[in-house]
Write a protein that binds this ligand. Structure first.
Ligand code: SF4
Length: 358
């Protein structure tokens, strides 16, 4: 149920997000005009409900967010235009619409019901379009040598998927340039499940050095490859649940693997760039401390059809403009609508590994 102060009469309760908090309105006895306005609003709500019931698919496509609020405003406007309200003083036909902002709060199941309006950040669409404009040249390191570029396109599909998984495994805490160099050496050596299982750790270490945490990654590569050989016939799992069971594979890598290797959007791949920029732009309801928190927060409101694009957009934007320690705010198209623009370096500083890749 949605309610707002705009629709309340004396003594009614405003339902909040979880419906556990309620506040009493402080409205004096309604005048005839107020009573008429309340009737009009009630009618508007009925119109909205009827339209939503008939138009579920469209509301889903529109991404759940603006749909109901837009319908509500339109219906209120139409109701006021087609209904007449006699004024107390003269009895003349006159309509006065209270156009103050309508605050609507939602329950915790938001995101699962397309008819419910979700919280969304202020100006996010403008900010997103500005980032698209800044990224239009596609010349960031992630564009040239990210995980989507590091596999051998001539290889068999299972081998391509394996190479995507390995490039993501190597990319953690490592610059894209270093990951790409290691992938080139691995491919020259023969980057397939069978070949890596048979390669000794020392050779593997020499091939991937100096990627971050290369010793651990040698171990993960060997363990992963053995599991894939034994349980997946040399291919990789086709779902996040099984991917994150592989040694060294976390949620970010799993979602990116699903996207790049299986062409399936399962979630947002949140690395240090996405985590940092989403917080700087206040795309989180409240500041988040970890990429995983950020992923959950973003998926709560960001339309699903943007989940794949957002990683690519923000990673490159973070590499070129909204950098970890010295963001180039003066060159940024978002400088006038970014809450973090031109903040002091110390306040903008984000995780110590942010200078590295993902
Ligand atoms: S204005 Fe500065 S902090 Fe804000 S998005 Fe742009 S570069 Fe980042």
């Amino acid at each position: 149920m949605i309610s707002s102060p705009y629709f309340l009469q004396k003594g009614q309760r405003m339902l909040t997000r979880n419906t556990t908090k309620a506040v009493r309105t402080n409205i004096s006895a309604p005048s005839a005009k107020q009573q008429t306005a309340a009737v009009l609003k009630q009618k508007a709500q009925q119109i909205v409900k009827a339209e939503c019931d008939q138009d579920v698919n469209r509301s889903e496509i529109l991404g759940k967010r603006h749909y109901l609020s837009t319908k509500l405003k339109t219906a209120v406007s139409q109701a006021h235009q087609t209904q007449a309200c006699p004024t107390e003083e003269t009895g003349n036909i006159q309509v006065k619409t209270r156009r103050k902002s309508i605050k609507v709060e939602y329950d915790s199941t938001a995101g699962t019901d397309p008819k419910k309006i979700l919280w969304e950040p202020q100006d996010w669409i403008k900010q997103l379009n500005n980032i698209r404009e800044m990224r239009k040249n596609k010349d960031a390191p992630v564009d040239l040598m990210g995980a989507g570029k590091c596999f051998d396109p001539r290889a068999a599909p299972p081998v391509i998927r394996y190479q995507v998984l390995i490039s993501l495994l190597l990319s953690s805490q490592t610059k894209d340039e270093v990951t790409a160099a290691a992938m080139t050496k691995l491919q020259a050596h023969g980057l397939s499940v069978e070949n890596i299982v048979q390669t000794d750790d020392k050779t593997l270490g020499e091939l991937i050095y100096p990627v971050g945490f290369w010793k651990s990654k040698v171990k993960y590569m060997k363990q992963c490859s053995e599991i894939l050989q034994e349980q997946y016939n040399g291919d990789i799992p086709d779902n996040v649940t099984d991917l994150v069971k592989l040694p060294g594979i976390g949620p970010k890598m799993a979602h990116l693997t699903m996207n790049i290797a299986w062409n399936t959007v399962s979630g947002i791949g949140v690395d240090t760039h996405v985590h940092r920029i989403a917080n700087r732009l206040r795309w989180m309801k409240r500041e988040t401390k970890t990429p995983e928190e950020t992923r959950v927060g973003l998926e709560d409101w960001l339309p699903r059809d943007l989940w794949s694009e957002i990683n690519w957009l923000l990673v490159g934007f973070g590499q070129q403009v909204c950098q970890p320690v010295y963001p180039r705010c003066s060159d940024c198209l978002n400088r006038d609508i970014c809450p973090s623009a031109n903040l002091k370096k110390t306040k903008l500083k984000t995780p110590s590994n942010a200078n590295k890749g993902r």
